[in-house]
Design a protein around this ligand. Structure first.
Ligand code: GRF
Length: 206
């Protein structure tokens, strides 16, 4: 079974959506570890509740980017991880880390990329005045939120929306989209062809 690592920095609701999907038998993966760069992150408490192996470096280790990524890499190698899922992980991955896991790192972002990359995507969407935004799951490359797109969900923006109400509406879709994309990966149904990701029908997988 596909061995996954989930990297988190904060609340952990997307991570929990993955763990729930797995618990309900909907996701054919092993969660080898939930790892964080923020010791004490709420996500880690949730992961422990699900009985998942967690990796939480000391504040000193987490504070030094080089040290953090070197101990993280060692941990992921030990655990023989096949896929790394960034679920609200707030650090840019260094090039040597990316090179170790080509086409094996995915991220969820709360906008319809390539619109509104980077921080505060929901606020960017409100300020720009778009009528629709959403969320995107994509492979991670060296840029910020710029890798090949696996799938997206569209969410309307209403005139009286606040950043919070919009974020909450997007989050509902995030929690569906991320497990669905991990499932496609686990089933071997994603083919990267340049910038485009082809989703193979279930029958072509074997
Ligand atoms: C989500 O909006 C995700 O798209 C973004 O960071 C947020 C993480 O939320 N990358 P959570 O920690 O999964 O609740």
């Amino acid at each position: 079974m596909l061995r996954c690592a989930i990297l988190v920095s904060g609340r952990g609701s997307n991570m929990e959506a993955i763990l729930k999907a797995k618990a309900s038998g909907d996701l054919p993966i092993e969660v080898a570890v939930v790892a964080t760069d923020r010791p004490g992150a709420p996500a880690i408490t949730i992961a422990r509740r699900y009985g998942v192996n967690t990796f939480e470096p000391s504040p000193e280790q987490a504070g030094d980017k080089r040290t953090f990524f070197s101990i993280l890499t060692q941990k992921l190698q030990e655990l023989d991880v096949d896929l790394i899922v960034l679920a609200g992980f707030m650090r840019i991955l260094p090039p040597d880390f990316l090179a170790r896991y080509p086409e094996r790192i995915i991220n969820i972002h709360p906008s319809l990329l390539p619109a509104f990359p980077g921080l505060k995507a929901q606020r960017q969407a409100l300020e720009y005045g778009v009528r629709f935004t959403g969320c995107t799951v994509h492979f991670v490359d060296e840029g910020v939120d710029s890798g090949p797109i696996i799938d997206q969900r569209v969410v309307p923006v209403y005139p009286d929306d606040t950043e919070e109400s919009l974020a909450a509406r997007i989050l509902v879709e995030e929690h569906r989209l991320l497990p669905a994309c991990i499932r496609l990966f686990a089933e071997g149904r994603l083919r990267i062809e340049g910038r485009r990701v082809r989703i193979l029908p279930p029958t072509e997988t074997r």
